[in-house]
Structure formats: C-alpha cells, structure tokens
Ligand binder design. Structure first.
Ligand SMILES: Cc1cc2nc3c(=O)[nH]c(=O)nc-3n(C[C@H](O)[C@H](O)[C@H](O)COP(=O)(O)OP(=O)(O)OC[C@H]3O[C@@H](n4cnc5c(N)ncnc54)[C@H](O)[C@@H]3O)c2cc1C
Length: 334
C-alpha cells in the first residue's frame, strides 16, 4: 500500500483509501467540502510521485503539469510526498456582503463586493468561507462585463449548516472570504450559431441565469433553450425576469417545469421532470452545446442521455451540486 509523506510525517494508506481519507484517519485536518472531486477545496500538490489522472480531472492544464490534485478523489498508485496548495494558487479574497433578499420561500439572493478585482466567467463557482472555516461552493449568477456585484442564489436547506447561517446570521456589511473562481461551466464565444440547451434544477438556475445572459450579451444567434425544474411551483423563481428575456430575444426559450406531485399548483409551467421534458422536445442533440446544473442525479443521468441523443461529450458542461459528506469546519486552512 502506498505511503504518503505530509509535513515530514509518513502515513500508510489503506487499500482503496484516498489521500484525504488517509490523512484524516491519522488526525490530520485538510480543508474539504464536496468530497467528490468537484469543488477543489482540498487541492494539494505532489512534490514527489505522480497523482492519478482521475484526481486531476477538471484542473487547469497548468496545474496538472505541476502535479496538483484533489485529495478527496486521489487514491495514490505510488508513494507520494504531498503539500497543501500554496496561497498563490488558492488565494483567499475578502468580500463584503452588499445585499440579501428572498427570491422564493427558501431561496436567497446574495450580493458580494470583492475587495480587489476578481476575474470570473458567469456560471463558474466560488468557495465561500464561514468565519469558523466551514466552506461551501456557490455558483456565480452575475455578469462581470456589466460590473454587477457577485451574485449568489442560495437554497436554505433545513438543518443545512452554511445555508441556515447565511439566512439567520450573515448580515449586510459582513466581511467574508472566498476562493476561486472554479469550473468550466460557462459560455465560450466562438460558435455563435450553435444551439444551446440548458437544464437546471433548484438553484441550478443560478449558473444558468449567468450563462444565458452572457450568451445573449455576446450576441449568440443560435437557439438557447432553458429548462428549469422544481418539485413544486414555489421552487420556480426569476420567472418574470426570464419571461422578459424571452420577449426581448427571439432565439431564447424558457420552459419552467414542475414535477407530477406539484401539478395542481403548476400554473403555466410544464408538468414533468425538466430533463425528460427537454429530451422529449429536442430528441436529437447532435451539434448542440449542453449545460447541466443542480441535482447530481439529474446531471449524471442527463449527461448520459444527452450523449446518447447525439451531443458530443466535449460539448457537455456540467456542475452537479454535490452536498458535503462530512463536517468540514476545518481550521487547517490558512
Ligand atoms: C459546484 C457546486 C456549486 C454549487 N452551487 C450552489 C448554488 O449556486 N446554490 C446553492 O444553493 N447550492 C449550491 N451548491 C451546494 C452548496 O455548496 C451546499 O452544499 C448547500 O448550500 C448545502 O450546504 P449546507 O452547509 O447548508 O448544508 P449541509 O450542512 O452540508 O447539509 C446538507 C445536507 O442536506 C441534505 N440534503 C441534500 N440535498 C438536500 C435537499 N435537496 N433538500 C434537503 N436536504 C438535502 C444532505 O443530507 C446533506 O448532507 C453547489 C455545490 C457545488 C459542488
């Protein structure tokens, strides 16, 4: 079994164990959040030994060649000496809370002002730090080119540590820290005529709201179809704004969808799961660009179905909102 060297100590990995699990089992605290190889909170660097390719998936090429990897999905294949990613890579940026307003019964819109210039693309995500070190990922719904403050859309989960804290305790004027931006789920100009399908559930609308407006701002001329799914009609939000966008742009179509269970209150929303409604309406996705955000099951299933319906894997961009598996209010981060 490979041995991991960290901070001059040797740690023996158990069979199939990740670097994060191994270090944690030995009482070493490493910052982490999603623990699914998505959020990059647990970014480390191999200074001896090569991390497996799976542990580098989604990292920039420049980071991959320097043997950066995500500890939560790194099952080492050889002995490695590892360090936490340096502050130059994982720079903590101060943000001030500018606003907090409801978008629905359990969804809040948060505005943040970075203390220094922050370069990002709408649809990427940031990792937001609570003062005690708890960290969670949130997608960016704002448009930098319009000089909008950073906008997050946060669903308050019953008992959710970060989201209930945001609802109950975080106030306008508070100073918090973020890291990022992270992710490749954003609009890439260059193929203005390509058709685009976006499917999101719940606050999976946050990145899509950014991506759609960015594409329209940049003069995208192909069809842009947005399917937003919710269990009940209460979970549909930004409906008026999306309808207004639809009226302003002939190539943009917005389809709110509500599950069978919420059919009685659905209003003019379509009944059915957003991914299934989208596939029924557009069964041939050859040459389409696809964005999928929100519930991890929907994202995984729809990714496969979009591929089977003809979309190229390189044209599918996905952000599964995986929930944190453990209490990670780690004090180890700096
Ligand atoms: C890349 C990425 C982007 C994300 N973007 C956003 C975003 O823009 N907006 C947003 O609101 N969230 C987003 N998330 C999810 C977010 O990071 C947090 O996981 C979420 O806010 C819950 O954190 P919490 O600390 O409040 O809950 P925790 O204290 O971590 O508790 C979450 C627990 O709630 C339970 N749970 C899971 N799903 C549900 C559910 N649907 N209803 C009720 N309980 C549930 C699970 O048992 C889970 O362990 C994103 C996640 C990722 C990975």
């Amino acid at each position: 079994m490979p041995v991991i060297t960290y901070d001059k100590q040797l740690y023996q990995c158990a069979d199939g164990e990740t670097v994060l699990q191994c270090l944690r089992r030995h009482g070493v605290s490493i910052p982490s959040s999603c623990e699914s190889g998505v959020c990059q909170t647990c970014l480390m660097q191999g200074i001896r030994g090569k991390p497996p390719a799976l542990a580098q998936q989604g990292l920039k090429d420049t980071l991959q060649v320097q043997h950066y990897f995500m500890a939560c999905v790194c099952v080492p294949e050889e002995e490695m000496e590892v360090v936490l990613a340096g502050a130059d890579i994982t720079h903590l940026l101060e943000v001030e809370v500018l606003g907090k307003e409801p978008l629905s019964d359990d969804i809040l819109r948060i505005y943040l002002k970075p203390a220094e210039p922050f370069d990002y693309k709408p649809g990427q995500f940031i990792n937001l730090y609570r003062p005690d070190g708890l960290v969670r990922s949130f997608s960016l719904a704002s448009l930098p080119q319009r000089e909008e403050p950073l906008e997050l859309q946060v669903r308050v989960l019953p008992g959710g540590r970060m989201s209930t804290w945001i609802q109950d305790e975080m106030s306008v004027g508070d100073k918090l820290a973020i890291k990022g931006p992270v992710g490749d789920c954003f609009y890439v100009p260059g193929k203005p005529q390509q058709n685009i399908l976006l499917v999101g559930t719940g606050t999976g609308l946050a990145p899509l709201w950014g991506i759609v407006r960015d594409a329209l701002d940049q003069g995208h001329t192909g069809q842009i179809h947005l399917y937003h799914g919710s269990y009940t009609a209460d979970g549909l939000y930004l409906v008026d704004e999306l309808r207004a966008l639809e009226r302003a742009h002939q190539n943009f179509i917005y389809m709110p969808c509500v599950d069978e269970a919420g059919a009685a209150e659905a209003g003019d929303a379509t009944i059915g799961r957003a991914d299934l409604v989208a596939l029924t309406a557009i069964p041939d996705l050859k040459s389409w660009r696809i964005y999928l955000c929100g519930h991890p099951d929907m994202v995984a299933v729809m990714k496969k179905k979009a591929f089977l319906a003809g979309a190229s894997l390189s044209d599918i961009y996905a952000d599964p909102f995986v929930y944190s598996a453990t209490d990670n209010a780690s004090k180890a981060d700096s």
